[in-house]
Ligand binder design. Sequence first.
Ligand code: F6R
Length: 242
Amino acid sequence: MKVILASNKAAGDQAAFNVFQQVIENGAKVLGLATGSTPEGLYKLLRESDLDFSAMTSVNLDEYVGIAPDNPQSYHYFMQKHLFDAKPFAHSYLPNGLADDPDAEVKRYDQVVADHPVDLQLLGIGRDGHIGFNEPGSPFDGGTHRVKLTQSTIEANSRFFASEDDVPKEAYTMGIGTILKSKEILLMAYGDKKAAAVQKMIEGPVTTDVAASALKKAANVVVILDPAAAAKLQPSSITERI
Ligand code: F6R
């Protein structure tokens, strides 16, 4: 795990952009994407760049259950607004939050990922250490599944909704097993609310109590942090400062 401490968020976004640019130059065909506030700066850099995704495929980590793609709170909508409107991919896949048959939807999405092996998977991290919506206790070999969100995640995500009651209580998410199959993984974390989860992921034991600790089992992982997210780390845990 390579841990990059950026002097600020802008430097972190630029470092993440450089990772994307490099894998695309190296011939990547499939990008695994994330939503949330963390990648917004990176997506802005991608939107304003001359990178061309029109021959590539994107596969997103997750989507809320019960929300239509044109609902502004949906992850479909988020991706459209922050990236796809400006930079269309040949094919973009997300779980279908409105699927009638959850078992069929889980199988369909696992097949999507099997058919499009991810070259670079972008991740954020939850305050409880989740990646995708793999909450504490999720098995490390799991595939796509429907999950009940924890109270911590519902509270954290309520900032995007009118009230906490409006936050969907369930989501579809790629499993940790799915995520670990990506050839490369880039996890970004900003702000003091992530510091404890980041410390556990990097310096704690590999345990299903902290979903992100599974990343220590993957070969090519880059973590980009700002000083607030890195505040609880030992200096020796930092690989590079930029
Ligand atoms: C989003 C996702 C989540 C977020 C995490 C952090 O697609 O899978 O794991 O990455 O909840 O969210 P932010 O970036 O809003 O702090």
